[in-house]
Design a protein around this ligand. Structure first.
Ligand SMILES: [Zn+2]
Length: 159
């Protein structure tokens, strides 16, 4: 993971230097992340928006990566993404370092594609909570279909 971060930082250096090493960084990324993750990240950086949301006072931050249509986005914090492929592939396989959204986040700043959005801390906290829970709920059809089904049973256990 540290190696991946340093390669991503090199992409910036290469881009600044206008590029003989550029392809070397890409082949390192290819080696570290695999073709499909790299292609996915490149497509995101070409066509979609990657936004860093920063809380004004605490300087906490998370990233939103625009998803495919219908206004859906994925939320990334370091080491975590709300997408299905992170859940099914990255988290379950030690050899996979990142999903395409995480890679897009790592590359967005070096490539000058990162949008920054600063919020007041309380607004940030609300936005973060929303951004973390909404994409996850979609992937649990049972939960999405009946969000409060189990609530009464739990309440009945209270004294
Ligand atoms: Zn992801």
């Amino acid at each position: 993971m540290e190696l991946l971060k340093s390669v991503c930082a090199n992409v910036r250096r290469d881009a600044d230097a206008d590029a003989p090493l550029w392809s070397e960084s890409w082949s390192a990324l290819h080696h570290l992340c695999g073709q499909s993750t790299l292609d996915g990240a490149a497509e995101i950086l070409d066509r979609k928006m990657v936004t860093r949301l920063v809380a004004r006072r605490s300087r906490r931050e998370y990233f939103l990566v625009e998803g495919n249509g219908r206004g859906k986005s994925h939320t990334c914090v370091p080491g975590f993404c709300t997408c299905k492929s992170f859940c099914l592939s990255v988290a379950a396989k030690p050899d996979l370092l990142v999903c395409k959204h995480e890679l897009a986040v790592l590359l967005a700043e070096p490539l000058g594609k990162l949008h920054n959005n600063e919020l007041e801390d309380d607004e940030w906290a609300k936005a973060f909570s929303h951004a973390m829970t909404m994409p996850m709920m979609e992937y649990d059809p049972h939960l999405a279909a009946s969000p409060v089904k189990d609530a009464p049973a739990q309440l009945a256990l209270m004294p």
